[in-house]
Every structure is written in structure tokens, then in C-alpha cells.
Design a protein around this ligand. Structure first.
Ligand SMILES: [Zn+2]
Length: 273
């Protein structure tokens, strides 16, 4: 039985967005939104990443048409990539044995190629819904297969058996390593097959990496969906709103579980525990 020994949060770049767009009732000012990466050190499974954030190769990937439309929808300023920050914490890329991929949007997968020893954990729905998208439909779905390593398919472990215990109003989870330390939680809506990751550090506390289920913590606390304008870029607004309702309940009813959103500027980066 393994344990989680350490948890870190990194920021890999900043996306400026109108707050009123990312949250109904938000300001008409700009919210500076980071792209976080979670780092978990497991006693037996090694280093596990939650997503990989921005990486310099994304700039190159968006030069040709139609991908050059992506920065129009999601502008960003580059920060330091996850792979370049890990040595600050005594971790090297080769030690990363697992990457949990919440969903396949570029700001979550641009760093996948930096971790050659990692197995990729993701939902088959995330892959099946996007793999045949072409042209403008592909850009609107924010799908850039060129960011994935050539051997991606051979390194995938699909998360598709949700037989683990419920988490609040979320009916079931999937235990990644069979020891209860890391459990996948379905967070559908924002993107097909989006998954969150519940990290149980025992006495150190529980963290729910909730990806893009909401963009701001205030949106979770006050149950505020993104603006209707952004619904066009949302996989299923109805599923997103149900996910938000469940997260909101968890926020108010489970003080032991800290909810971490990929893009919320309220979260402090560095050592979590
Ligand atoms: Zn996303």
C-alpha cells in the first residue's frame, strides 16, 4: 500500500480573460488566469502529474492555419514550463512515471512530450470524441493532436471503471493504483470525458484537482456558470452545470477536501504539503 508524500502546484503561464466571460456576474475587467499543473509524489508509483500546462512548443503549434485561431480564443503569456520548474523541487523529468490527463485541451497537454517515461491516464471519451475532428471544428474543440507524442496510444491507460466510492454528490470514482491515494472523479461538461483527481494525503489532507470544471473558485462557491457566450465552446453546458452543482455542494459540505481549479488565480503555487 502506497502513500502520497508530497503535493505541489506549479503555474506554467497566464491567460488574460474578461472575468464576465468566465463567470456570470463577473467584472468587466480582466482576470489573469494561470495554467496550473499538480505534482504528486507517491511512495511506490513515483511522480504523478495532474496535466502538463503550457509549454513553448504550443507557440510553434499555433503558427499554421487553422490552429492560429486558437490564441484568438485563448490568449496566453508563456511562463516556465512544468519540465523546467520540476528541478527547483529536486525532481527531474525522467522521474515522472504517470501523467493524469484531465482533458485534451492544449493548455493541459502541451507539455506531454517532456515526460518520456510517463504512462498517460485519461478517459476514453476524451479521446474518442475528438480524434476524428478536422479543420475549424477541430480548432473550436481545441484539439491539437500534433501536441501528443508519437507513441501516445501505446502509453495510455484508459480510466473507464468507476467502481470506487462516491465523493459527496459525485456518484463514483476510479481508484488509479488500488490503494485509495488517487481517485479519478468524472467532471463532464467543459470538455468530453473531463476527469478530476482526488489526492488523499491522509493526515496531510485531501485535494481535488478539478481541472476546468469551473475557472474561478468564486464560481464554485457561488455556483456561477460561465457566460452564455462561452457555451458555444463548451462540450455540454447542461453537464457542466450539473458538475458545478456537485462541486458547489462539496465546497460547502466537505471542509476536508480542498478544491483546486486549473485556472483560478486564488491558489498559491509551491508546496501544498
Ligand atoms: Zn479546458
Amino acid at each position: 500500500m502506497g502513500t502520497l508524500q508530497r503535493a505541489l502546484l506549479l503555474s506554467t503561464g497566464i491567460s488574460p480573460h474578461l472575468e464576465a466571460l468566465v463567470m456570470r456576474g463577473g467584472r468587466l475587467g480582466v482576470a489573469e488566469m494561470p495554467a496550473h499543473v499538480g505534482v504528486l509524489v507517491h511512495s511506490e508509483q513515483g511522480v504523478v502529474l495532474f496535466d502538463t500546462g503550457f509549454a513553448p512548443r504550443l507557440r510553434r503549434a499555433v503558427r499554421p492555419f487553422p490552429d492560429l485561431l486558437y490564441p484568438v480564443l485563448v490568449p496566453w503569456r508563456d511562463g516556465r514550463s512544468a519540465v523546467s520548474q520540476l528541478p527547483d523541487y529536486g525532481i527531474c523529468a525522467r522521474e515522472v512515471r504517470h501523467v493524469f490527463v484531465s482533458h485534451l485541451h492544449p493548455d493541459h497537454v502541451a507539455g506531454l512530450r517532456d515526460f518520456p517515461n510517463a504512462t498517460f491516464h485519461l478517459s476514453p471519451e476524451a479521446w474518442l470524441a475528438l480524434r476524428d475532428a478536422r479543420g475549424l471544428a477541430r480548432v473550436v474543440a481545441a484539439w491539437m493532436p500534433q501536441l501528443l507524442p508519437e507513441d501516445f496510444g501505446a502509453r495510455v491507460r484508459w480510466i473507464d471503471r468507476f467502481t470506487g466510492p462516491a465523493l459527496g454528490a459525485f456518484p463514483a470514482t476510479c481508484d488509479l493504483f488500488g490503494d485509495g491515494t488517487l481517485r479519478a472523479v468524472p467532471l463532464p461538461g467543459h470538455a468530453p470525458g473531463q476527469l478530476g483527481l482526488l489526492a488523499d494525503g491522509g493526515d496531510k489532507g485531501r485535494l481535488l484537482f478539478a481541472a476546468d470544471a469551473a475557472w474561478l473558485s468564486r464560481a464554485v462557491r457561488e455556483r456561477r456558470s460561465p457566460s452564455r457566450l462561452s457555451d458555444r465552446l463548451t462540450w455540454s453546458p447542461a453537464a457542466r452545470d450539473l458538475t458545478l452543482e456537485r462541486l458547489n455542494k462539496l465546497w460547502w459540505e466537505d471542509a476536508d477536501t480542498r478544491i483546486l481549479l486549473t485556472h483560478c488565480p486564488e491558489h498559491r503555487v509551491g508546496e501544498l504539503w
